[in-house]
Design a protein around this ligand. Structure first.
Ligand code: DGJ
Length: 541
């Protein structure tokens, strides 16, 4: 102690100095890296997995934050997705107010959470409702889309330079503010706009837009799709939507670029999606937003957008799995920025992780009492919260390590589809099968033992994510599932060693016990969120 006191005294002036030097001077910017088609989000220079939650839309005020943080804690979430609205920061043209942003940053620091800011600007669920009144009421300067019936559209036109300039200026001001107000990068990503596109029509029907629609598809896009000509010639039944996607993506890209010129955080856009199985030009979703049918268009038009992300409110498991597949691409990191907060959506965390997701966030997670049923839960009760909190509790301490491993190795994952049918995937020489609705003991064909239906039968629970660490070694995380490994070539194999445990932050495995006997004789039965390391042996035959 006697030695330490003088040292501390010597350090005191330095420490005082340190506290006024922006910590961010040394804190690296969050970024997304892609290697071999696998994506990793880095925060503070280390891999990071977003175990997120999004608050309700109108929770973006200081008075409501006390009803938000407790839900984040209850969920074991590490990241809050929260709106910052254009109307909030620029209530009068040219007068900016960042009080909300500063309160949010303070809260995130106090509560140990990261933030994803949602820029509600020109588009919010396609409408203009979060643009300031001075934008919404001036249709001459900030034109709405022309509609077939001549009425006022809720959607601002993506063809108006004036609107683009005003939105870009506000967004740039926000990012400039963050540069000084957030030196330690509480904010790790920014969503640019919210659910762009338009409903009930495919594109702006103004004379100017009509004229552009008759013109040629821009050269970069023509090159990308390998066809040239008019929109109708190149895109057929998708032409109007493709045209609006191009205009919207170019617009959003310029907003993002204006923001990144101030602070180059990773930026993404979210999609009001349609049916993944629909024919081109059909299937719902917001026309022109980054929906599945126009991903390539957005990729070409919006190089400042790191990724396109699906908002998921479809309860059909098979459909959800298809959506995840469509957005998990070598050129697009999978992020689920919104998914319904009903318990049946929670299982898709496993599928998303297995498809290499950098993040996942149920929507409407706070104590304000608002529920968006039938999209999400009827009530945000303890059982509903637990459905998300229990998997998050398993993953929270290992989130960074999982992200590191998933960025380095092949992954696969799934969740129960629209019924209890088993699903399989392949990693290297191994076929991995997920079975649902089984007891942990015995085989379903053992009809000589009468048994009640297992707890998972017919219920929307269950899933697994796997990382292939070595040719014959896997990490699996999952719940409410029986996992089996078999050789793709049909050779005999055995579970050589099954370890339950956890990961140290550097990715080192720590075993808590070995599973053997009943615990492996009938596959690997994960009755609750569980992490296993599995080593396999292949026989000669
Ligand atoms: C998707 C939007 O992005 C959210 O802001 C919200 O409006 C939900 N739909 C519905 O609750």
């Amino acid at each position: 102690m006697t030695v330490r006191r003088p040292v501390a005294a010597l350090l005191a002036p330095l420490l005082a100095f340190a506290s006024i030097v922006p910590a961010g001077a040394q804190t690296p910017l969050p970024r997304i890296e892609t290697h071999d088609g696998r994506h990793t989000l880095f925060v503070d220079g280390a891999p990071f997995l977003i175990l997120g939650a999004q608050a309700n839309n109108s929770s973006n005020y200081p008075a409501v934050l006390p009803q938000v943080w407790p839900t984040l804690d209850r969920l074991h979430a590490n990241t809050l997705e929260m709106p910052v609205a254009w109307e909030q920061i620029e209530p009068e043209e040219g007068r900016f107010d960042f009080g909300w942003v500063d309160t949010l940053l303070d809260g995130a620091r106090t509560h140990g959470k990261r933030l994803v800011l949602l820029w509600f600007g020109t588009w919010k669920n396609t409408g203009a409702s979060y643009a300031p009144a001075w934008v919404r009421t001036d249709h001459a300067r900030f034109p709405r889309m022309a509609r077939p019936d001549g009425k006022t559209s809720v959607t601002l036109s993506p063809h108006a330079e004036t609107t683009l300039a005003a939105d870009s200026r506000a967004f740039a001001a926000l990012m400039r503010h963050l540069k000084t107000a957030d030196p330690d990068h509480r904010v790790i990503m920014v969503q640019v706009e919210n659910e762009t596109g338009v409903y009930n029509q495919k594109r702006d029907l103004s004379a100017a837009a009509d004229k552009a629609f008759q013109g040629a598809v821009p050269a970069p896009l023509a090159r990308r799709v390998g066809r040239s000509g008019s929109w109708a010639q190149v895109f057929g039944p998708l032409a109007d939507t493709a045209f609006n996607a191009w205009a919207t993506a170019c617009y959003v890209d310029r907003v993002a670029a204006a923001g990144q010129a101030e602070l180059a955080l990773p930026m993404y856009v979210n999609a009001a999606i349609g049916d993944p199985f629909a024919a081109p030009g059909t299937g719902g979703g917001a026309s022109g937003g980054p929906d599945m049918q126009v991903i390539d268009i957005w990729k070409t038009a919006a190089p400042h957008i790191a990724l396109l992300a699906p908002d998921i409110y479809n309860r059909n498991g098979t459909t959800v799995l298809a959506v995840l597949d469509r957005y998990a691409r070598p050129d697009n990191a999978l992020l689920v920025p919104e998914i319904g907060n009903a318990a049946d959506y929670a299982r898709f965390l496993w599928a998303a992780l297995g498809k290499g997701a950098i993040g996942f966030a149920p929507f409407g997670m706070d104590e304000t009492g608002y529920v968006n049923y039938p999209l999400g839960a009827k009530v945000l009760d303890e059982a509903t919260l637990a459905a998300f909190a229990e998997p998050y509790r398993l993953m929270a301490p290992i989130a960074g390590a999982w992200a590191r491993l998933a960025g380095m190795h092949p992954t696969w994952g799934t969740a129960k589809g629209h019924d209890d049918t088993a699903q399989s995937g392949t990693l290297g020489a191994w076929k991995i099968t997920a079975h649902y609705g089984l007891w942990s003991f015995g085989e379903p064909e053992w009809t000589h033992l009468s048994a009640d239906p297992a707890p998972g039968v017919g219920r929307p629970v269950g899933g697994v994510a796997a990382i292939q660490l070595d040719p014959n070694r896997f990490m699996i995380a999952g719940s409410d599932v029986r996992v089996r490994f078999g050789r793709v070539d049909g050779r005999e194999s055995e579970l050589l060693r099954v370890e339950e445990g956890t990961l140290a932050p550097d990715g080192t495995w720590r075993t808590s016990r070995i599973w053997n006997g009943d615990q492996i004789d009938y596959g690997l039965n994960l009755t609750h969120p569980t992490l296993l390391r599995v080593t396999l042996w292949t026989g000669k035959n």
